[in-house]
Ligand binder design. Structure first.
Ligand code: FAD
Length: 473
């Protein structure tokens, strides 16, 4: 049994991914600021921190097995990086040229000045060959159509079709957003994934107009004038720079290789049952695990049952190293595949075009992604079978005939939670039920209020603040 220090409050954070690490950072920061006597224990089930953030460094290459970059709309990452003293390690991509593979035809460039597939300027969009003339005219109806009167949630796909029409959604929006959310836009919730689009519609009377207005007041630190879009950023020496810095800044107790199996109420405190047969008594808990693991912690109490209905997609990233000359004819940074094409790939990122420093001179590094909604089986194939499938797709896409020098396959089973219609209410309801019985337990992470890294960090921060208020009220 691990003993509680008498006059202190002790908080356990379960899960050492970016959400848990951020929660630890902000708990520590706020406790110091307000002179709260706080002890923090961070429990991570595996033997490494970072969760889905995993950087592989080999022979001069920086390979990201999980997230390779982020869009820091509200400068959440920048603020955290500044506090950690690693803001100078942030690099913005200078190049951004996206292509879409539609209907198995040759790659079509995405018109300049689009965000998430939505044009913010009419001229480049009108010049694009991705959509027919009638499709373009239909898409500009977004500027005139009245706001929808749908009460409650609706699918992202339905909303987009209403505003922009079928062809535009099929050829531009669907490939983009399915890639970003690793899901099916007709099943995904508008409220949970991109509520800002609804806000644009309601306040500006049009999604395009709303987006354009917002662009005029963007923070130059996270925005690039050159592309008229939010900057895509990474850390120069790899995404795990953030993980390592958060781990260095943590001065609480770190327990790696220790899984929490259940949480029970014990008088005024909480008792955590650990897989090493010991118990940990604490006053508060932030659960920063995927929702499947969070749900298991309360199986005895039959709490968090609502989380069982959140589906998760299985994906894999396939990193391939080529001779630079092999890819010389391809000037794009990203390719997205529309679902009406036959590719197994969902998207490809030409990493060295975006970040030339991540490979030795003369080499090119591609990150290829597989695993659509309903196609988890492809991720179960052997490494060599996956490699073969990806190479066949690349050949068809861009005529690459050479074999890669090296391939790294990273499988991420059930890793992409799907925010399906009704997600916001489902989470609200699950949290209310949990907090009623366990007022000093909080839920945070990519299953709940945002899948991106900035959203995970924000959840870590908000839950740390909320919990401290509850513990020291
Ligand atoms: C292939 C891929 C590419 C991505 N690309 C991007 C991108 O480019 N940009 C972007 O913004 N986002 C991207 N994402 C999403 C982003 O990486 C994740 O949403 C985010 O990293 C999730 O962080 P987390 O801390 O909430 O969860 P996780 O990283 O899953 O961390 C949870 C941790 O909890 C631990 N744990 C689980 N159960 C227990 C238990 N019972 N006891 C103790 N510990 C436990 C796990 O071992 C894990 O370390 C990508 C995701 C994937 C899979």
């Amino acid at each position: 049994m691990i003993h509680v220090t008498d006059n202190k409050r002790r908080v356990a954070i379960i899960g050492g991914g970016i959400t848990g690490l951020s929660a630890a950072f902000y708990l520590q920061e706020q406790a110091k600021l307000h002179h709260y006597p706080l002890e923090i224990v961070l429990l991570e089930g595996s033997h490494r921190l970072g969760g889905k953030l995993q950087t592989l460094r080999k022979d001069g290459f920086i390979i990201e097995r999980g997230p390779d970059s982020f869009v820091d709309r509200n400068h959440i990452v920048l603020d955290l990086a500044t506090k950690l003293g690693i803001d100078h390690d942030l690099v913005k991509t200078k190049k951004a040229k996206t292509y879409i593979a539609v209907n198995n035809k040759e790659l079509q460039p995405v018109p300049k000045n689009t965000i998430l597939g939505i044009p913010t300027q009419i001229k480049p969009f009108m010049a694009s060959s991705l959509v027919s003339w009638s499709g373009k005219v239909r898409a500009t109806a977004d500027l005139m159509l009245p706001p929808s009167r749908i009460d409650g949630d609706q699918s992202l796909g339905k909303f987009m079709r209403r505003r922009f029409g079928e062809e535009f959604v099929q050829n531009l929006i669907e490939p983009f957003l399915s890639g970003v959310f690793s899901g099916d836009i007709d099943e995904l919730s508008l409220q949970a994934t991109l509520p800002i689009l609804l806000q644009y519609e309601q306040e500006a009377g049009s999604v395009m107009r709303g987006m354009r207005r917002e662009l005029t007041s963007m923070d130059p630190r996270t925005f690039t004038e050159e592309h008229n879009a939010f900057s895509v950023q990474t850390f120069a020496d790899g995404m795990d720079t953030l993980v390592d810095s958060l781990a260095d800044a943590f001065d609480g107790q770190l327990m790696k290789g220790v899984r929490v199996q259940s949480i029970m109420q014990s008088n005024e405190q909480l008792c955590l049952e650990l897989n090493n047969k010991s118990m940990l008594t604490v006053d508060g808990v932030i659960i920063a695990t995927p929702h499947q693991a969070a749900q298991k912690l309360f199986e005895k109490q039959e709490l968090l049952q609502d989380l069982k209905s959140i589906p998760s997609n299985t994906v894999a990233s396939v990193s391939m190293i080529f001779d630079e000359k092999t890819l010389a004819s391809f000037d794009g940074t990203d390719i997205y595949m529309s679902r009406n094409s036959d590719y197994s790939l969902t998207s490809v990122t030409n990493e060295t075009k975006k970040w030339p420093h991540i490979a030795p001179e003369g080499y090119a590094l591609l990150n290829c992604y597989i695993g659509r909604t309903g196609d988890a089986a492809i991720v179960e194939l052997s490494d060599s079978e996956i490699e073969k499938t990806v190479i066949e797709d690349l050949q068809q896409l861009s005529g690459i005939t050479e074999q890669p020098f090296k391939t790294v396959v990273s499988r991420w089973k059930d890793s992409m939670p799907q925010y399906t219609i009704g997600h916001v209410d489902r989470i609200k309801c699950a949290k209310e039920k949990l907090y009623e019985t366990f007022p000093t337990v909080r839920l945070a992470g990519n299953s709940y209020e945002g899948i991106s890294l900035p959203k995970c960090i924000e959840q870590g921060m908000n839950n740390a603040e909320e919990l401290l208020k509850e513990l020291f009220k």
